[in-house]
Design a binder for this molecule. Structure first.
Ligand SMILES: Nc1ncnc2c1ncn2[C@@H]1O[C@H](COP(=O)(O)OP(=O)(O)OP(=O)(O)O)[C@@H](O)[C@H]1O
Ligand SMILES: [Mg+2]
Length: 250
């Protein structure tokens, strides 16, 4: 459903992506793990066509979209929803207008139908009846759920989540993880979830991809990543504990 082939991207002197390859199968949830600043958000923005790669190809559902102009990217983006890092709700709009935003901008649906869709999506994320609230009145977990309802408004085939649980307490994070699974099951979406929280990664992933040095250095199932012997992957997964354990066994 999504295929990145040999993607290079630099900002000035900083070479962020160095020939990155990634394939995401239709209907799966792939978790993208990596250190802060390694280029996870940049990768998502390339998939959304918000950033253009310096080299390499981007395929969406088998079509090479790399050289699409903005008009054609708008069409591609209609098939995608994005839950941005830090939710990125419009603070001056109600919950209803946030969730309805895309439908108001890009469809000719009558208001009553939009209201129905908004109500459905809010119910799906466990926030029925919050239409008239303002973002400032919502907790962090509620904001994430509104952001998901907004991303799902137009029935996307692809959902991209950037750090959906960062900054939430463990219980709220768990409800968001469950919601990501529930969304996949109910809507059969293809998802990429960017996170550096391992509990979340293991809870939602069909497969895990680990990024380092501008490349994907490992892709596999949760069990495979846990068994991976690559030193970077081990350090990343087990952190100081593994380091200490290794020091002790020396
Ligand atoms: N538009 C931009 N212009 C210049 N530099 C950028 C731009 N976008 C990203 N970068 C740089 O690219 C690098 C990767 O950024 P990115 O946001 O993808 O990191 P990340 O893996 O998402 O990190 P985090 O986990 O902290 O969100 C960073 O060094 C960042 O400063
Ligand atoms: Mg990021």
């Amino acid at each position: 459903m999504i295929r990145l082939k040999g993607i290079w991207k630099r900002f000035g002197e900083l070479e962020v992506l160095r020939g990155l390859d990634l394939e995401v199968q239709r209907g799966e949830t792939l978790v993208l793990l990596g250190r802060s600043g390694c280029g996870k958000s940049v990768t998502l923005r390339i998939i959304l066509g918000l950033l253009r790669p310096d080299a390499g190809r981007v395929y969406i559902d088998g079509t090479d979209v790399t050289d699409f102009d903005e008009r054609r990217w708008v069409e591609v983006r209609k098939r995608m929803g994005m839950v941005f890092q830090a939710s990125a709700l419009f603070d001056s709009l109600t919950v209803r207008d946030n969730v309805a935003y895309y439908l108001e901008e890009h469809t000719d649906l009558p208001e009553e139908r939009i209201d129905e869709i908004v109500a459905e999506r809010l119910e799906f994320v466990g926030l029925a009846g919050t239409e008239d609230m303002m973002p400032a009145q919502l907790s962090g977990g509620m904001r994430k759920r509104v952001a998901l309802a907004r991303a799902m408004a137009a029935n996307p085939e692809i959902l991209l989540y950037d750090e959906p649980t960062t900054g939430l307490d463990p219980i709220t994070a768990r409800t968001i993880n469950q919601l990501i699974r529930k969304t996949q099951e109910a809507y059969h979406v293809t998802s990429i979830v960017v996170t550096h929280e391992l509990d979340s990664a293991f809870a939602v992933a069909d497969r895990v991809a680990v990024m380092n040095g501008g490349e994907i250095i490992f892709v596999g199932t949760v069990d495979e990543v846990k068994a991976c012997e690559d030193p970077f992957v081990k350090d990343f997964l087990m952190g100081p504990t593994w380091q200490e354990g290794r020091a002790l066994t020396r």
